[in-house]
Design a protein around this ligand. Structure first.
Ligand code: ADP
Ligand code: MG
Length: 270
């Protein structure tokens, strides 16, 4: 049953890719709910079905079975309530548009006055610390800055949920840490709901209020872990907490089991 605070409800989601060379069962059986305002991380081994799951949730891919509901209504295609940030920022931004132009583009589909549109763009660029780069072109920016543009574009769209697929996998460690803190800040200051997919265990524990650990493909949720770390987090203090080490070790162990296929499927008796 959905209550008013349930934002996303996924029930018995299943996805099989069909092809002439044989079927690939990517998602076995996934069910979970996410409340409005939560920051949930999804972590799982490479190839387990994370991107497939996000695409099904965002209405970009039709599931083979099961239901995805956003605000109590079934998701049947791309929805204005969701914005997705992908890993490949290089391919997601238009090189011939300025930073401003890139952020503004999806807003043209919304019924907004020019002033409203301008305000959203200015506000989003400000939120990601790129107010000064509005007139630049993406290719003039570093990888980290380009990913900030992609985040600004998603924010300007004012989605109810921000869905991110390994967004920082291609940037250097320092930039990645800064971008992680940007996501946490946007989540806490703007109360944005975030569903964040990563294969990086430490990242999932550092960012999430909750971590869903996926099994290997065909995937299911091996564990739904509450991250009981203080909500005020920073790269140095939080990562040095004994509890952080316990949690990351626990998730690491789960992922190792997942890779070996040793975990017990839900509903199975042991
Ligand atoms: P992840 O994002 O966790 O690395 P994916 O969702 O990309 O995993 O892939 C999950 C499984 O589905 C893999 O076995 C992959 O090879 C397969 N797969 C992904 N996309 C397709 C596709 N378009 N057609 C067939 N199989 C696919
Ligand atoms: Mg992927």
């Amino acid at each position: 049953m959905s209550d008013r605070s349930t934002l996303l409800r996924v029930e018995h989601l299943r996805k099989v890719y069909e092809s002439t060379t044989g079927d690939v069962e990517a998602i076995g059986d996934i069910s979970f709910t996410m409340d409005a305002g939560q920051l949930v991380c999804i972590v799982g081994p490479s190839g387990c079905g994370k991107t497939t799951l996000l695409k099904c949730l965002a209405g970009l891919l039709r599931p083979t079975g099961g239901v995805v509901e956003m605000d109590g209504s079934p998701v049947t295609g791309p929805s204005p309530a969701m914005a997705v940030v992908f890993q490949e920022y290089g391919r997601s931004l238009y090189p011939w548009l300025t930073v401003r132009g890139n952020v503004e583009l999806p807003l043209r589909h919304k019924k907004l006055s020019r002033t409203q549109r301008n305000q959203l763009v200015v506000d989003a660029l400000d939120a990601v610390g790129l107010a000064h780069a509005a007139r630049s072109h993406p290719w003039q920016l570093s990888g980290g800055m380009q990913q900030r543009v992609a985040i600004a574009r998603a924010l300007a769209y004012q989605p109810e949920i921000l869905i991110m697929d390994e967004p920082f996998a291609a940037v250097d460690a320092q930039t990645r840490a800064d971008l992680e803190d940007l996501v946490r800040e946007l989540h806490t200051s703007r109360e944005i709901s975030v569903l964040f997919v990563t294969h990086d265990i430490d990242e999932s524990v550092y960012l999430g209020q909750r971590v869903l650990v996926l099994s290997k493909s065909p995937t299911w949720i091996q564990e739904d872990l509450t991250v009981d770390l203080p909500p005020e987090r920073d790269q140095i203090t939080t990562r040095a907490l004994p509890r952080f080490t316990q949690l990351r070790t626990h998730v690491y162990d789960q992922i190792q089991r997942a890779k070996r296929g040793q975990a017990v499927a839900p509903g199975a008796t042991s």
